[in-house]
Design a protein around this ligand. Structure first.
Ligand code: NDP
Length: 485
């Protein structure tokens, strides 16, 4: 890799790296070995101020450009990112511990897809003309202003790009706070945007824990907050943003159902369940962690799943043959171990995995519980680790009702060879991002986001534009004004 892991500064503000060692130390730990690979510092109030001032100044200039000119910068950034995919993927692996086999195809590539898509869309973002007889109204699509992005630790490059790309396309500037667990990758996104021609200050990165995020959310210069994180954090950030009447996008957690009917292609259903539970060691918000399998194929499903689990290559994430890596941190591993213990204690049948792997780093075995019931902790709470719960069901109506009996509503999937059933069932599942005979695809062209406690707003697709811009309407009277006196 040509990148140094230790960045030139902890923060990226006004087009350059900035350091302030007065901020609390943020150690960056490589999840595969437990070693410290870099040291950064949390933003002090002075750093946060610098970032907001830079963003405000850049936004005023950026909004004056034609949307086509803005789009050109984003598509150029997409091309640079794609060209450097290998180095960015290695850095993503160091930041998160995810296997290179995944990061090469799911992180900088997804980030550049977003930059390319919204770069291309920029020039077609318009208002409309509304005829009213002689008079008329026209609408102008305007930026919101300075926006804040706050990221989770599972997809640091992708989250930064999914927020920055539509925000900048609409004429906004952004201050982005990565998770303190994975602070490295967003800095590269900032560097690349500058190189692609974005004005200094348009996309700034400040490091820190929750309080840095909170200080951004409550600042009166900030017009919008987009958070990717857990429901408890979402509640706090949403409430703080509401106090300032700010726009929000909330991409929060889930406990999504995957329904496998008797007539499903078993290998595809097992493949979907593997993708939806073990990719990124299960650290994906939209995962289908409640796998409802119809009783007729339950044992066949479990047998095939067990066979395919033997093909997992667990090892060094930098080896491209590795298909299953460590958890992001010791803390996350400990949380997940606690859920596994609860699963056993509450009577679920452990059919695979369940243990820490005897090697350096934070590795847990891919774990499967069968005979899980709806009331068990592992069926109710988001685990965010490699733990699949298999539940069985008799009828379609029952499966739908049980799938919906959760406070979450991020994703849902159905495996069946009866397409009318596929559409009928998906139509009744209360979730935002759904799949038929597939799981966890997230192309930038499709809206992504949840219902109920899983979130507010949508990322990606044309739908995101509504969340990063606002409409001004202008009434134009062609005749005289009629006043009562
Ligand atoms: P957290 O909710 O713990 O943190 C998310 C971000 O918010 C972090 O950068 C965190 O900072 C910051 N933060 C914490 N408290 C505050 C606050 N009071 N004000 C402002 N910012 C704050 O989530 P995790 O990082 O643990 O990520 C896992 C969660 O993210 C899971 O629930 C998962 O489902 C969800 N997620 C949702 C996705 C979606 O698109 N729907 C995608 C990916 C993950 P720090 O941690 O540095 O202190």
């Amino acid at each position: 890799m040509t990148y140094e892991i230790q960045p030139a500064g902890s923060h990226y503000i006004d087009g350059a790296y900035v350091e302030d060692t007065a901020g609390a130390e943020i150690p960056v730990i490589y999840a595969a070995t437990g070693e410290r690979i870099a040291t950064l510092h949390a933003a002090t109030p002075a750093i946060v101020e610098q970032a907001l001032v830079a963003a405000e100044k850049a936004q005023a200039e950026w909004a004056k450009l034609s949307p086509r000119e803005r789009g050109r910068v984003l598509t150029h950034a997409a091309a640079i990112m794609r060209e450097r995919n290998h180095d960015l993927s290695v850095l993503e692996t160091y930041d998160t511990g995810k296997p290179l086999q995944e990061t090469l195809v799911a992180d900088a590539t997804s980030g550049s897809d977003a930059l390319e898509y919204f770069g291309g869309l920029a020039a077609s973002l318009t208002g409309e003309h509304i005829p009213l007889g002689e008079d008329w109204v026209y609408t102008i699509r305007e930026p919101l202003g300075v926006c804040v992005g706050i990221g989770a630790w599972n997809y640091p490059t992708q989250i930064a790009c999914w927020k920055a790309a539509p925000a900048l396309a609409c004429g906004n500037a952004m201050v982005f706070k990565p998770s303190e667990t994975t602070p490295l990758c967003a800095l590269k996104v900032a560097e690349i945007l500058t190189e692609a021609g974005a004005p200094a200050g348009l996309f700034n990165v400040v490091q820190g824990m929750g309080e840095v995020g909170a200080s951004l959310v409550t600042d009166s210069r900030v017009a919008k907050v987009s958070l990717t994180g857990s429901v408890p954090t979402g509640r706090k950030v949403y409430a703080a943003a509401a106090d300032g009447m700010k726009h929000v996008t909330m991409e929060l957690g889930g406990k999504s159902p995957m329904l496998v009917f008797d007539d499903a292609d078993i290998d595809n259903a097992v493949g979907g369940a593997i993708l939806g539970n073990f990719y990124s060691s299960g650290q994906i918000c939209s995962n289908g962690t409640r796998v409802f399998v119809q009783k007729g194929i339950k044992e066949a499903f479990l047998a095939r799943l067990n066979e395919r689990l033997k093909d997992a290559v667990i090892g060094d994430p930098l080896d491209e043959a590795t298909s299953f890596g460590p958890m992001v941190s010791e803390q996350q591993m400990t949380i997940v171990q606690g859920f596994i213990e609860k699963g056993v204690a509450e009577g679920a049948r452990l059919v695979a995995g369940g243990k820490r792997i005897d090697r350096d780093g934070w590795y847990l075995e891919p774990t499967v519980f069968a005979d899980v019931t709806d009331d068990m902790t592992i069926a109710r709470e988001e685990i965010f680790g490699p733990v699949m719960s298999v539940l069985d069901f008799d009828t379609e109506e029952e499966a739908i009702a049980r799938a919906n009996a959760t406070e979450y509503g991020l994703s849902a999937g159905v495996f069946t060879s009866d397409l009318s059933r596929g559409h009928r069932v998906i139509g009744q599942l209360r979730a935002g991002s759904c799949f038929i005979n597939s799981y966890n695809d997230a192309p930038v062209e499709a809206p992504f986001g949840g219902v109920k406690m899983s979130g507010v707003g949508r990322e990606n697709s044309k739908a995101a534009i509504e969340h990063w811009s606002q409409m001004k309407s202008v009434y134009v009277r062609m005749g005289d004004v009629e006043a009562p006196f």
